[in-house]
Design a protein around this ligand. Sequence first.
Ligand code: GLA
Length: 390
Amino acid sequence: MAIIRSFKEIPDNFKKFEPEVTVKSPGRINLIGEHTDYNEGFVLPTAIDKKIHFQFRKNDTENFCRIYSETFSTGFEFQLDKELSHGKGWENYILGVVNEIKKAGKKMEGFDCILRSELPVGAGISSSAALECGFASGLDQLFNLGFSDLDIVRLSQRAENNFVGSNCGIMDQYASVMSKKGNLILLDCRSLESEFIPADFKTCKLVLLNTNVSHNLADSEYNTRREECEEAIRIIQQTRPEIKSPRDLTFVLLEEFKNKINSKLFKRLDYVLHENKRVLDAANVLQKGNLKEFGKLMYGSHEGLQNNYEVSCPELDFLVDYSRKKDFIYGSRMMGGGFGGCTINLIEEDKIPDYIREVSKAYFEEFKIEIDAITVLPDEGTQISKTIEL
Ligand code: GLA
């Protein structure tokens, strides 16, 4: 049963919106550790200073909910007491969260929500996790649902797995909720133990270059990579049942299986093992202030993603290769799931404007596509404020 009504015009009584709860929910970057989260490995992400802004209020109904996006100039309605059917795009992240809250047996009432986003969609900076986590946090406050931060992270990930259909790991939601301004999170995705690493990049800044391509392989190949790793582990388990994930493997052990799993599966696991090591090495050299070594690890990560995990694309490779010619760029790599989106670049701050001009021109000549450059700062995770005492 379709219970969503979509509309384009902002509802009249939304124009003077007095919120009871407001939420700032950030996008994320990942310095290193790609496709390792669902392999129980390590990642080094953080939230950024670009966010989705939410406003929430109760609307004195039992079940009627209305959401409006100022960014997309569209909204939709649904009822809490009806089964939720799938919407079109961004609606599903919201409905997925409502669905998971209902599954957790929590009681909500009718509410209104307005949101505005500073995050480009499809750029690999996790506008989806920002949407899920910000929305879940807002409802948690509005209705005193009693969720912990980690509950919000897990619930949002489940919304994406179960309702949206992307088999993502935990990194994006964790970074969006748990980050601390000026720090990176070294996260062990197996135990969820974490450590804050100061994001001290000296005279450098982090710049994202958005390829503005999003190859339609992205969703299907993401799930395929995950299945390939699982399949490789299943084969290894036939002789070594104690190996539960790539995390239990060593380089020596993997070598033993070189001829028993096919070369494609071997490459996938080989990448994951190397990337986990790179993350730990990266955290280490960063704490020592060694940006040169850190940058080398970023390039190593990109090569692995390009050649062994095979999730890059010509546009991303072009931008990473271009950066190699510049001694004021320490490191560059594709970021996120791959097949488009952004590269993340560590660049001397005073060289940034000239470099953006130069690389934009070269990229346009090659692909006839404009790139967008976004300078980002490591920032605080989800920020919630109650504007009225509930
Ligand atoms: C996407 C997923 C994450 C992670 C990255 C790749 O952003 O949502 O869970 O797997 O890709 O590192």
